[in-house]
Design a protein around this ligand. Structure first.
Ligand code: SAM
Length: 250
């Protein structure tokens, strides 16, 4: 079960402390921790948060966590799958975790969908995925994940953590990332824009004209200055304006 659930426990005190400091630069009222494991990060978060809600899907680990923190009223263990948990139910919160890598994208998507109650999120994830999330236009790593994340939040890679800091060590390098949601009102539901961005990246090497011509009239696409560009070259503002020009013109 362990390998399937991405159970690589972080053992290095310096890394645990740095993650807790990144999540809580000063004392915060509430941290929601994803994937509590044996409570290694929880202990460090408790030095900087008044309450910690720990979500852990593995029943053996969640039972151990309940026992470990039985006398600490600041901790509540939620024995559940994070992907089936309403993360907004506790109100405004910082979200943190040494994530199970196999569900990084859906977790990030869910956390960004928390809207106004998300203060910021700090995650230890696979380094390669952290690089893709934080990448800027025109770089090798820039793709759908970068655009989808950055439309909702400012993404910053903070520091790396080597495999030897974990037990058992993962086969990949890891890095800590911080996501700070944009505080913009009136952005509305991002789903249609994200679906459009997905279409633009359908074939990464093809131009927008080629990727979109089966959906929008080619004459309409050709009016855009970006028609001959590839999605990986577009800034977030360009995605927004191209979307508005095409979807608004239908
Ligand atoms: N926080 C601990 C640490 O730093 O050592 C454990 C981190 S380990 C990489 C990821 C944890 O997430 C494991 O304890 C695993 O059981 C848990 N997990 C895996 N899938 C999960 C899910 N869908 N929902 C909640 N927890 C999950």
């Amino acid at each position: 079960m362990g390998q399937k659930l991405g159970q690589h426990f972080l053992r290095q005190p310096a890394a645990l402390r740095k993650i807790a400091e990144a999540a809580c630069p000063e004392t915060v009222p509430l941290v929601v921790e994803i994937g509590g494991g044996e409570g290694a990060l929880t202990d460090y978060l408790l030095q900087r948060a008044r309450r910690v809600i720990v979500i852990e899907v593995d029943p053996v680990l969640s039972t151990r966590l309940v026992m470990k923190y039985a006398t600490d009223p600041r901790v509540r263990v939620v024995p559940a799958d994070v992907l089936k948990t309403d993360l907004t139910q506790w109100g405004p919160a910082v979200v943190a975790g040494n994530l199970p890598y196999y569900i990084t994208s859906p977790v990030v998507e869910r956390v960004l969908a928390m809207g106004k109650v998300l203060q910021h999120a700090v995650f230890l994830i696979q380094k390669e995925v952290a690089e893709r999330i934080a990448a800027g236009p025109g770089t090798r790593d820039y793709g759908f994940l970068s655009v989808a994340t950055q439309l909702a939040a400012d993404a910053k890679m903070l520091f790396q953590v080597p495999p030897g800091a974990f037990s058992p060590p993962p086969k990949v390098d890891s890095a800590v990332i911080r996501l700070t949601p944009h505080r913009r009102d009136g952005d509305g539901d991002p789903t249609p824009l994200l679906a459009f961005v997905g279409l633009c990246f359908r074939h990464k090497r093809k131009t927008l004209r080629n990727n979109l011509s089966h959906i929008f009239p080619p004459a309409m696409i050709d009016r855009l200055p970006e028609a001959g560009m590839r999605a990986e070259q577009l800034t977030l503002d360009q995605f927004r304006s191209v979307y508005q020009a095409l979807a608004g013109g239908l």
